[in-house]
Design a protein around this ligand. Sequence first.
Ligand code: KIV
Ligand code: ZN
Length: 386
Amino acid sequence: MATQKIHIFDTTLRDGEQVPGCKLNRDEKLLIARQLELLGVDVIEAGFPVSSPGDFAAVAAIAAQTRHATVCGLSRAVENDIVTAAEALKSARHPRIHTGIGTSDSHIRFKLCTTPEKVLERAVAAVKLAKSFVEDVEFYTEDAGRTDNEFLARVCEAAIRAGATVLNIPDTTGYCLPSEYGAKIKYLADNVRGIEHVRLSTHCHNDLGMATANSIAGVLGGARQVECTINGVGERAGNTALEEAVMVLRQHPYLNFETGINTKLLAETSAMVSHLMSMPVQPNKAIVGANAFSHSSGIHQDGVIKHRETYEIIDPHEVGMPDSAIVLTARSGRAALAYRLQKIGYDFDRTALNKAYASFLVLADRQKEVVDEDLHVMVEQEQLVT
Ligand code: KIV
Ligand code: ZN
């Protein structure tokens, strides 16, 4: 089976930037956009141009700067939003307008205060208007995760007829189970007329911690674009983390999917976004967290020292992270202690190692981690080297 390309749509600068305290100025957005292009994303969602003059200017500057990636601007299914997005994207080599409307009962009744038929009409009008400015129009069905599949299919079909090139099926509230979301995408792939002419896209939120799993389920169901953010930043519990989705696809080559991402740049991109957004990366974050390649329990350390693959499914260098670390704690065993001692110049025989290990455990029970300086002091104080 031929390998299929999964397009990576990065929305760090739009959905990601909606996080309180993470606002970026124009120059910071330009820096991140340049890094995203180096990283190899297919689409950069640069912002929501109608939202503020500053965001308009940032989207326009990113549009002018970006050479290879598609630059996308968000708009609601509202005339002024779409016209403003088109204006901001004027100098983009590959512009895309992303427009859409809520399709779930809850959004139609409580947010839009309208009817399903009126939503259909607004969807068609929005896509047609966007299409009058750009060839590439992505249509989102907000809260698709909680939208009835038959109605969703009707809206998608209408959007395709109006000229949409990509259909975004957001699980806006992060509600779906992976099996449910995957089945929703498959239902659309199987039942929407004209679907073969457009690309289905996943856009998952992490309210129940399932954003990445849902995105992958969507890909298995037939989606060929994944919307995501660096470090999974985004509203509430965040969005699908780009680094996770990309690495899931890469680490399962038999699935026959590929992305254009240069994974060696993942760690530095993560650090840049974390720094500019003042949003620390949790240490246990998959792929780019400080502990993602650290081993501290004796059983794991023994395995990793014998062969990295016993407890690591990714080579840290593949994602731009430093070598895996053997961290000494009270849960570490003799093998890890011997390994670290050797790294700092002590080669103990079994008897000396047993003695050192007893001293080490006393020390390790007193503190969270034992570092190399502690080992030097311990060796000296206990006169372990004669
Ligand atoms: O989560 C969502 O539904 C969105 C849309 C605006 C695309 O971010
Ligand atoms: Zn979103």
